[in-house]
Design a protein around this ligand. Sequence first.
Ligand SMILES: [Zn+2]
Length: 208
Amino acid sequence: MASWRVARSLDQLLAQINAAAPNRSKVSDGSIGDTAHASRVSDHNPDSRGIVHARDYTHDPANGCDIDAIFAGIVASGDRRVSYLIRSRRITQWQGGRLVWTPYDGTNPHDAHGHVSVTAAGEDDTRPWQIGPSSSTPATDQTEEDEMARIMRATERADALQDGPLFLGLNPEESKNLQASGLKLVWITAGTWDALAAGKASGQTARA
Ligand SMILES: [Zn+2]
């Protein structure tokens, strides 16, 4: 194969994850695609310049590498280098300048690892990634304040749209159920998604 390399932004993320979890498993790590990837369009295949725009990172929370926590940090920071993330049957989309989780039904559910694709524009931007909660640990009420501010912004956006309910980060079936229940807006952060899926949380809701 012609020479290729991985986008340096993804190497930066790899270095940070390795530094944070030196004993983590790398069994599901990957960069360049295998033959299955090569036969279809994938960011794991080198582009025309020989650059691979995707890396997979193994989920190994027992050894300090919690991909859900890492991805929550990346989503919270709204890192513009991201093209998309895939994790546990969800894929991010850019919506209104934010990364939002949406359902993903690809053949690989991405339970054992998380996938990060970066844009061509951000490929070699090696600034550190936010791979967890913001480093300046806010007081609890500050966090709640931020959350309320986000809910208010989303509520205003829903009001501005004026064309019915707005459900962020929910699959169509859930949206329909909640719409039927009379809620105008539901805001679910990336962090509460898994808890919701596991039936442990009711999420953040606001009646507009
Ligand atoms: Zn991947």
